[in-house]
Design a protein around this ligand. Structure first.
Ligand code: DX5
Ligand code: ZN
Length: 219
């Protein structure tokens, strides 16, 4: 079953409460929060205070994508804010095992994210510590970009690694996902689709979510 994790990066922040309630009623599975530090990526967004403020608006799983350098420094505030699952970037952590352990100890699910040029084989030593792998299908930093076709082979490579491990690890893809390419990423092995502009720039969020999910049947 494909899960859809709408990225609030493309939502209307002036009406965040309404946006979150609308997307919850539209059938989203998770809610994706893109945290950017202006250092690991060339953009700044928001931190744990905003996530904590939004926590009462929905029962959806908070899927928090930390695009920040050394996320271990901010583990505690994100745990307290109500993150259910946290993705940290392999490229941003000095000590990946230790970083994942801090979140896991607090009962938060963990994911490792890789940028388009990072070798998926680098994930292997950490698979036993993961609930999910996040494969970036654009260079992280901005919503509304085009999926990089070269990243499809990264999805397929991660799918193989997960299957070989015999573990039940989700495989999330993020960046430029839209109905026209959803089938390709699902066929390559993804089972969680992040989408920002493909959902929040549409009038009917429910229809936008269904248009992504429907590709499951034909992939
Ligand atoms: C990019 C973010 C993505 C992005 C997705 O750095 O991690 O979550 O906002 O947005 P779209 O779907 O518009 O590419
Ligand atoms: Zn993201």
């Amino acid at each position: 079953m494909i899960k859809i994790s709408p990225s609030l990066l493309s939502a209307d922040f002036a009406h965040l409460e309404q946006e979150i309630k609308r997307i919850t009623n539209a059938g989203a599975d998770f809610l994706h929060w893109d945290v950017m530090d202006g250092n690991f990526v060339p953009n700044l967004t928001f931190g744990p205070m905003l996530i904590a403020a939004a926590r009462p608006f929905t029962p959806l799983l908070f899927d928090v994508h930390l695009m920040i350098r050394e996320p271990i420094r901010y583990a505690e505030p994100f745990i307290k804010a109500g993150a259910d699952m946290v993705s940290v970037h392999m490229e941003a952590c000095e000590n990946v095992t230790e970083t994942l352990a801090v979140f896991r100890k607090a009962g938060v699910k963990t994911a490792l994210a890789i940028k388009p040029k990072t070798d998926p084989a680098r994930l292997v030593p950490y698979l036993s510590l993961l609930d999910m792998v996040l494969v970036m299908t654009v260079e992280p930093g901005f919503g509304g970009q085009q999926l990089l076709p070269d990243t499809i082979k990264n999805i397929a490579a991660v799918r193989q690694l997960i299957d070989k491990s015999g573990r039940s690890i989700l495989l999330e893809v993020d960046g430029g996902i839209r109905p026209e390419n959803a089938k390709d990423v699902i066929s390559a092995g993804a089972n969680v689709l992040v989408a920002g502009s493909a959902i929040f720039k549409q009038d009917d969020y429910g229809a936008a979510i269904r248009a992504l999910r429907d590709n499951e049947m034909t992939a």
